[in-house]
Design a protein around this ligand. Sequence first.
Ligand code: MN
Length: 250
Amino acid sequence: MYRSLMGAPRIGLTSSPGVIEDRLVATLERAYTAAILRAGSIPLYLPVLEPIHADAVVSGLDGVLLTGGGDVDPSWYGRQPSPDLGKVDAEQDSWEMALVGAALAAGIPMLGICRGSQVMNVALGGTLVQHLPDVTTLEHCVKERCTVPVHDVRVAGQSRLGTVVGGGWLGVNSLHHQAVEKLGDGLTAVAWAEDGTVEAVESEGPHRMLGVQWHPELLVDDLRHAALFDWLGREAGQQASAAVLSTAAA
Ligand code: MN
């Protein structure tokens, strides 16, 4: 059904041009687009730009979706690469770190998915488990069943995530081989897999950041997963209407 997007919140999505041949990435990009539209927001894919442009780009957005993709270079958190580290993209890392900083400075909401959640954590000074099979036997990278839950996570009821998806157990898909290790400054863990792997983080205080390790864009038929995009749109919508009011007052 046609629904006008005039005046709807503008959500900037990160892209992974370095892995443009990857069919999974193409599938995911279509799914993010559909999930953002379903939530009544405008999806705007961002190219990888020089970090210096982050503030200017963010000034045209009401919210940011940090999408899934490759691994973050461990030099960002002062570690040597593990032998099992995947492909890294220095330009993409630099751009996305700057984007997180600019979005924080502008006070616009951020949803991080998979790599996006990891980028959020590293941008705030956290570290990552570079290869989960080194620390757990639970299978977290199940690409052949990416549209169905493959393991459960326990969501903290007393959390932002809990108010969005509900507290308690939630079935999730799992396409990651990395995860949050040490939390970034101002972030708190709010969901865990059965093996203790951190599956979601959120910001404390005034910032509006949520990061999930799973891929809710592939699970939107379940309203608890679709609710994450509704949350981003709602938070970004407050941003959009505040901007209209300040323009009117000027
Ligand atoms: Mn997982």
